[in-house]
Design a protein around this ligand. Sequence first.
Ligand code: SF4
Length: 698
Amino acid sequence: RETYADAVKPSVCPFCGVGCQTEVSVKGNDIIKVDGRQGPANRGKLCVKGRFGMDYVMSPERLTRPLIRRSDVPKDAHARMTFSDISDVFREASWEEAMALAAGGFNTVRDRDGGHAIAGFGSAKGTNEEAYLFQKYIRQGFGTNNVDHCTRLCHASSVAALMEGVGSGAVSAPFTAADDSDCIMVIGARPEQNHPVAATYLKQAAKRGANLMVFDPRRQGLMRHATHPVVFKPGTDVPMLNAMIHTIIFEKLYDIQYIQANTEGFEALKEKVKDFSPEAMAEMCGVEAEYLRELARTFARSSKSIIFWGMGISQHVHGTDNARCLIALSLITGQIGRPGTGLHPLRGQNNVQGASDAGLIPMVYPNYKSVEDPDIRGKYEDAWGRSLDPAKGLTVVEIMGEVEAGNIKAMYVQGENPAMSDPDQNHARKALATLEHLVVQDIFLTETAWFADVILPASAQPEKPGTYTNSNRQVQLALPVRQPPGEARQDWEIMVDMARRSGLDWNYSGVGEVYTEMAAHMSSLDNISWNRLEREGMVCYPAKTEDGPGEEIIFYSGFPTESGRAKLVPTDLVPPDELPDDAFPMVLTTGRMLEHWHTGAMTRRATHLNAQESEAVVSMHPKDIGRRGLTRGQQVVVETRRGEVTLTLRADRDVTQGMLFIPFCFVEAPANFLTNPQLDPFGKIPEFKFSAARIRSA
Ligand code: SF4
């Protein structure tokens, strides 16, 4: 390898929340090879995305100069978006002209309409420092808390339930804790596709004899390794999990000593689940009563049980209730706070944990401190020298609604792609097209950037320094391994420039100084200095001392709640917002695939990955295909009450009869033209996982 490469440099994978450490072979400015390092999360392993997906950074479609929309080109919500059309819509500009227009547009709206007419979407793919600066710019510069990011679309409901239940939104144990577990429950997650290296620990545990319970409305590869595969009806998580809780309580399998010492609300939970016997819930869930009892007994009787969950839990109108059930399962059995036990919502993007911790959320400052608390707000007002908004800001989907209503007139979007990721795209794209001023800062001309007034070319992850916090709470420092192309700039430098042009006195000598300011506001980063990260590369938070290892397992003794106890929250039946009917008889669910990451902005431009999965597909059970007189491989139209897309029909026995599955990465057939924007009332997350749909030949 060394013969070919000019250098081999340490880095971190930019894709998923596993946070694999990499070593990147570079020749000139090209990445020619990526290997796994012995990081705490990956132990030398990488998946196909980390190993073969990095050539997106060398794509000829990278943005290299600032772009300004041509004044005679209207924003058309349904415009064909191909890279070759770029010069018809935008003209190249100098950084000076583009920045003056970008910041000037926000200043005009602020001075004319007030700061609440402005909103920002930051990024879960950027660094912690970028997330901190982005929320600070929106809050300090415009006096509004209208700042959010894609956590709203993935684990907002999990975080709402965790904050309420155990006082912390992060995982209680890393996925490597599976090494010590006797029973592993995976629900609403497909780690083989979305967290492949984490999946290896689950398979290894099953191999050495641990019980592996895999719950999913679609069959999946991990079920081949499972002792207990559970295919249940979509949208029935609460009745199924409450039936397990019922079994544990009424068969007296709970840990009374743990409950009495550490929790509150047990009697109310017991009363609520009385009516949720497995026998009463079995038909609704599509799982036999005796099997539900066996699952509950296995989880409760194992000496060390752990729960992993994903967006199959969180992306429902009852997403917070789903997570509340999982928390209750863990607490009543005392399966938390010890090695091999715990709660782990598998984080999607590489830095969704860190971006959330850094305050890229409309309700909270860094470290989840409420914007409505006058004492906390006062501290930030003193530190930042401005009066700040005393009310919670709007969330992602709410912001789009207010844009459409004409109340939000300007948006700053850094490294996010709402024109692909938001539900009900007909509305989301119309909203983007009505904005008076849209600034997009990104590495590609994303579908969102087509609606922009100004596009600022930014740096890809291997081109900039900064910290990322993975699903395991491990804060990792990554340094640049190549130069950004053309005139593209570092994101943090762009934001500092924007802030100065909006009248803020920002003077940072480098990313380290930003980190140090951020860490001073975040007790979670106590004892994790920039110098220490430069020395050690990774430290897990919380860290009790300046040189000791961080705590991978938390909640050994008590919880960071007001009472020091965890809260058991009873849940009720809440049906999906839109049930199938005669007109729309099927259930559509959306998600990711192994080869493509989220909206596909990076992986559709990664040669090898896109070669594997290059075509927009809808997956359907072969019996459903035959029953409807369709043929696999043909073009079909999938339709919901919000829109339709045309794609190729794929036969897939893993998809339960009556269901359709579409990945949301294909711009040719955006799945989110179809999805339901109805929100979970607590986490404000849309119901991506359940829409009534129909299918026909194209
Ligand atoms: Fe990257 Fe995630 Fe794959 Fe690891 S598991 S190589 S972090 S995409």
